[in-house]
Ligand binder design. Sequence first.
Ligand code: URA
Length: 349
Amino acid sequence: MRMYDIIMKKRNGGELSDEEIKFFVDGYTAGDIRDYQAAALMMAVYFQKMTERETFALTMAMAKSGEMLNLDMIKGIKVDKHSTGGVGDKTSLALAPMVAACGIPVAKMSGRGLGHTGGTIDKLESFPGFSTALSTDRFIENVNNIGISIIGQTAELAPADKKLYALRDVTATVDNMSLIASSIMSKKLAAGADAIVLDVKTGSGAFMKTEEDAFLLAGEMVKIGKNAGKYTAAVVSDMDQPLGFAVGNALEVKEAIDTLKGNGPEDFEELCFTLGSLMLVAGGVAANDNDAKLMLRRVISDGSALKKLAEFVRAQGGDERAVYDTELLPKADIVRPVISDRSGYISHI
Ligand code: URA
């Protein structure tokens, strides 16, 4: 098999076989196929697109390009959640302790900022001393002991995606439906959860600018998850303006804490409840959406979700006092008020 022939086949609109896709992914991960040939193939895919079968084959080949995490040592149904990325998207910071307090084991791998979108790992590092670089054993131990752990993506997890993403980032081939779907789902499948809940963002602050594209991407990812034998559900949510009010790592941590105290912005709270309900039903701890929402309300009003956040921060070396006193979170060196020179209202951000 030659990479040259694979590129030409896709360039001419052909459908690649599973073997050809695996040949490319394995060869690129091993360093046998060079960036210039991989870039040419990505551009051919960008213009010619991929069929559902090709997208699934690409996802599985990338998921299997490194370690496939086995979470069997964790008791219960593990439900993972993933956002396609947006501005002010601090959902995991509030949602993870909420669902953990309801009895869903949260064993999550999160990323850093990507392009203009923020990353959960960067936000969590606002807690003084917090570390996301835990060994797999400690990660599993923390989930079994306190019900929650979040770590950064290890070098061994889906290395093909790591290389390909960096390549797509500099070759104008990010915003292709099949490439985004396979990139996200390969990581989710390698991370070992039993069920996956996806938050697909749409609007000016998202990768998918139109609702139509966001629904197509959501459908594509749900199909991949189901074909891989995982319960998968998706929500399409608005990213035409920042989520909540806060944008910036420590500010977003504070807003997530306010939400766990029952004082969150309406749009953010609604999203947490929507995704949380799907996770509780998928994890089998709630019978339906109504029951799930009641459980989520309870862990906020009785303070157990906030307590769960504090336990989680302490277990990963962070200063848990910052959960109860957000003045301890870092502040920007320069804080400058922006005052309007006339009265009116903000119609769009
Ligand atoms: N997030 C990812 O992990 N990959 C993409 O391609 C886009 C968003």
